[in-house]
Ligand binder design. Structure first.
Ligand code: HEC
Length: 199
């Protein structure tokens, strides 16, 4: 029990520090980390691991072109299943997107820029996270959470600077306005983005 508690407290502290520079958009950081932060971290971990596993399996049996089919067909399904299972909306976004359906809204854009700035100041990409409770015009409160996604070596075959002609052609066919290329290992690829309306 004790190590878990310490972990939670130090994680809360990290978030607390992050909140000293909130994005300029209507984001109201709450004084104490809300309980939704725990389910968010579980969801992000599960989403990332499930995607990576599906991707690795597909690429082992059919190379990167086969992997594209997994990202194209399964990423959304995995997100939908997880959202239903955990009761929190799960997705991915980036400042350089491949699928236009993943485009960031204003709040997400501001947080992604904040992540870029924090990375430039030396924070490790895999530790970057941010949350806020947002009030809309109708008084509806929504808990929102984002966690940065670093670019790993595994990602470069489809998001890196040098793509094979087959991968290049398949991506152009499926995503004519693809901007999610040219990344290097360690770059901020994007972020998981979660939302849950509060009662
Ligand atoms: C085999 C090719 C392939 C590999 C390898 C790959 N991706 Fe992708 N990635 C895609 C495709 C295709 C999409 C678009 C998915 C969709 O249609 O929603 C995508 C979308 C994304 C998105 C959503 C935002 C956007 O640009 O639409 C993120 C974030 C992302 N990838 C991160 C990663 C990371 C991190 C890795 C490495 C761990 C990785 N990808 C490895 C093909 C790949």
């Amino acid at each position: 029990m004790r190590p878990a508690l310490i972990l939670t407290l130090s994680a809360a502290l990290t978030v607390g520090i992050a909140l000293t520079s909130p994005p300029s958009v209507a984001a109201k950081p709450s004084p104490n980390p809300p309980p939704e932060i725990t389910v968010s971290r579980v969801a992000v971990q599960k989403f990332g691991a499930t995607l990576k596993e599906a991707l690795q399996q597909a690429m082992q049996s059919g190379g990167a072109v086969n992997g594209i089919a997994v990202c194209h067909d399964k990423a959304e399904q995995i997100a939908t299943d997880l959202s239903q299972h955990l009761g929190i909306l799960v997705g991915r976004t980036s400042l350089k997107i491949r699928n236009p359906a993943n485009a960031p809204d204003n709040w997400e854009q501001a947080v992604l820029k904040q992540f870029d700035a924090r990375k430039a100041q030396g924070e490790p990409v895999d530790k970057l996270e941010f949350f806020a409770v947002i009030d809309d015009d109708q008084g509806q409160k929504t808990f929102r959470y984002m966690k940065a996604i670093p670019t790993a070596a595994l990602c470069l075959g489809c998001h890196g600077e040098h793509l094979t002609p087959e991968v290049d052609a398949k991506l152009k066919e499926l995503y004519p306005s693809d901007a999610a290329r040219g990344f290097r290992e360690g770059d901020l690829r994007g972020a998981f983005t979660l939302a849950k309306p509060l009662p």
